[in-house]
Design a binder for this molecule. Structure first.
Ligand code: S3P
Length: 210
């Protein structure tokens, strides 16, 4: 490829990213999905690509509480964690546009879903069971999985949560491939979805990448 062509391609890519940022306005890009779906890994790279801040809701909860998620579950129980989670996410949805990775249970709360709808664009990183299990086996910081057989717990969560996650504006399949490829899919899907907002006939306002 000639140097000029390469430069032009780079320019077009930058223009496309700038268009996404403009169409987004002050809304957050909110990543949802089960533990191990890649919300943090993809979110960080996505934010970097778009020139936006990245925030992980679980880390914010930990800072606010001065305890790890596991400690909060152990000392105060899950309902207490959920209350804090809803509060922290409501706060993070305010202000400037950013990429926000949420914990797997956050989107199950109807109030949080409504706030995400009002102040964000939601993207479900949808992954198959083997991908999720493979990823979560690497760490033991997830109290829900520590409470039983991880595969059984994960199957149940898929059953209960996937119909609700399906309400997200955009769905992207999170496969066992380098995270950069998923980021690419997310950018494409986001651009199409934002386009569909101005031209509703184009996508009907929903977007899926498989
Ligand atoms: C949870 C997922 C975790 C964390 C907590 C509960 C869930 O976040 O919020 O352990 O209910 O699925 P990740 O999805 O980032 O692992």
């Amino acid at each position: 490829m000639s140097l000029r062509l390469a430069e032009r391609k780079k320019e077009l890519k930058q223009e496309r990213l700038a268009r996404i940022r403009e169409a987004l306005g002050s809304r957050c890009i909110v990543l949802i999905g089960l533990m191990g779906a890649g919300k943090t890994a993809v979110g960080k790279r996505l934010a970097n690509r778009l020139g936006l801040a990245f925030i992980d809701a679980d880390s914010e909860i930990e800072v606010a509480a001065g305890q790890t998620v596991s400690e909060i579950f152990a000392e105060h129980g899950e309902p207490y964690f959920r209350q804090g989670e809803a509060k922290v996410i409501a706060r993070l949805l305010q202000g400037e546009a950013k990429v926000l990775a949420t914990g797997g249970g956050a989107y199950m709360d109807a109030g949080t879903r409504a706030k995400i709808k009002a102040n964000g664009v939601s993207i479900w990183l949808k992954a198959e069971l083997p991908v999720l299990l493979h990823r979560v086996h690497r760490r033991d910081n997830r109290p829900l999985l520590a409470a039983g057989n991880p595969e059984t717990v994960m199957r149940k969560l898929i059953q209960v949560r996937y119909p609700v996650y399906a309400e997200a504006d955009i769905t992207v399949e999170s496969r066992d491939v380098p995270h950069e490829l998923i980021v690419y899919d997310v950018v494409e899907a986001l651009a199409r979805w934002l386009d569909g907002e101005t031209k509703p006939d184009a996508t009907g306002g929903r977007s899926k990448v498989r």
